[in-house]
Ligand binder design. Structure first.
Ligand SMILES: [Zn+2]
Ligand SMILES: [Zn+2]
Length: 158
């Protein structure tokens, strides 16, 4: 039926491992100041998946961190090496709940389909495809694939 090959990933010390069991909804890079801080780098890349499709093994802890919107999110990290593996935005909870997996922790990372908060992007980074760049947050209806929008709709209203 489903011919999807599970995506696998891990933290830096490999004591925490995870699997994504169905197609991600979207992969996006965020260049905002909060994401710079939490990665200690120029941007974060997040692969959005349904909570139900995500499973993780190993010792993790979590902490609440701020977002530009003020609603916040909870970030989960390996207790041994401290690498952030995924997070959940407080607005993505409940029915059709989603988590944002840190794309670079995947064994085979995915290329971002959107860049958000480009207004805060480091000036020495040049994103070739301007069509996928957004000053702040994008409008989901115009950015996610039709397939992902339908899947979200079905999950939220089932
Ligand atoms: Zn680790
Ligand atoms: Zn951000």
């Amino acid at each position: 039926m489903k011919n999807f090959v599970n995506l696998k990933g891990s933290c830096g010390c490999k004591k925490v491992n995870y699997e994504i069991k169905d197609k991600p909804l979207i992969t996006q890079a965020c260049h905002c100041k909060d994401c710079k801080k939490s990665t200690g780098s120029s941007f974060v890349i997040h692969t959005m998946v349904f909570e139900d499709d995500f499973s993780i093994i190993g010792d993790i802890s979590s902490t609440e961190l701020p977002t530009g919107s003020g609603k916040g999110y909870r970030a989960y990290f390996c207790v041994n090496c401290g690498v952030y593996i995924y997070c959940q935005y407080n607005i993505s909870k409940g029915k059709g709940g989603r988590v944002a997996v840190r794309t670079a922790t995947l064994d085979n990372p995915i290329t971002p389909e959107a860049h958000i908060f480009v207004k805060d992007k480091d000036p020495w980074i040049d994103i070739v495809n301007k069509e996928i760049c957004f000053e702040k947050m994008y409008d989901r209806e115009n950015t996610w694939s039709e397939e992902s929008l339908i899947r979200l709709e079905n999950k939220t209203h089932s």
